[in-house]
Design a protein. Structure first.
Length: 229
């Protein structure tokens, strides 16, 4: 009776080692890929928004993994801010995050609802973290179209002039339903109508002709100055 010979299977060590090396390499590479942190963040286009504020709302203040955050996700978070009109986010070589911000321009504080009003007509609650040098609108402007037109005209004012207006009051009369009274920080008053609103940009030029006198400047109908008694 012949003996049954049992053949031993040879374990192929080299292919097993190669497979193990591939698995380890993939694991290390994926770990490095997902855990490589953002090396640098650049922020452009801001005038009043601070970097820390933007980094916080974008949730990148702690420089997280470069590949864990998408450009679209960061952009969406930034544009949820009431102060951001548009955000552009780009990822660049060497793990750099480039952020460009278009801020909303604050135009005035609405005394009726206690809201800051921006150039696009949006509003937000007054925040002590931000100190905007903008005038206060004291009363209601009658008519939605007129209010939108007022915002449009306010957005045409130069920044330095906007900062010199302390209060604005809507004061229509029988002849002009678009008439406003502006109280200036220096004690002067200015009457304006919406069609001539941009004339206030020449306020500093007018001041040089007043020789320090205080009064009321009528720019709504004609250009004349009435000295205070």
């Amino acid at each position: 009776m012949s003996k049954k010979v049992i053949k031993k299977k040879k374990v192929r060590i080299i292919p097993l080692i190669i497979l193990l090396l591939i698995v380890v390499t993939l694991f290390v590479a994926s770990d490095m890929y997902f855990n490589t942190k953002i090396k640098n963040i650049t922020i452009k286009g801001t005038s009043y928004l601070k970097d820390d504020y933007l980094l916080n709302i974008a949730e990148v203040i702690d420089y997280p993994g470069f590949y864990k955050k998408t450009s679209f996700g960061i952009k969406r978070k930034l544009e949820k801010s009431p102060y951001v009109k548009k955000a552009t986010v780009k990822k660049k070589f060497y793990h750099v995050l480039d952020i460009e911000i278009e801020e909303k321009r604050p135009l005035f504080f609405n005394d009726l609802n206690k809201k800051i009003v921006f150039d696009d007509g949006s509003t937000t609650d007054e925040d002590s973290s931000f100190s905007f040098r903008v005038p206060r609108l004291l009363n209601k402007i009658i008519g939605t179209k007129k209010y939108k037109k007022f915002i449009n005209r306010m957005n045409r004012l130069d920044d330095d002039i906007l900062g010199k207006i302390s209060e604005i009051e809507y004061v229509p009369n029988d002849y002009d339903k678009d008439r406003f009274l502006l109280s200036m920080d220096d004690g002067n008053s200015v009457y304006l109508t919406l069609t001539k609103f941009e004339m206030i940009n020449y306020y500093d030029d007018v001041l040089t002709q007043l020789e320090g006198r205080k009064g009321i400047l009528y720019l709504d109908s004609g250009n004349h100055f009435k000295i205070m008694e």
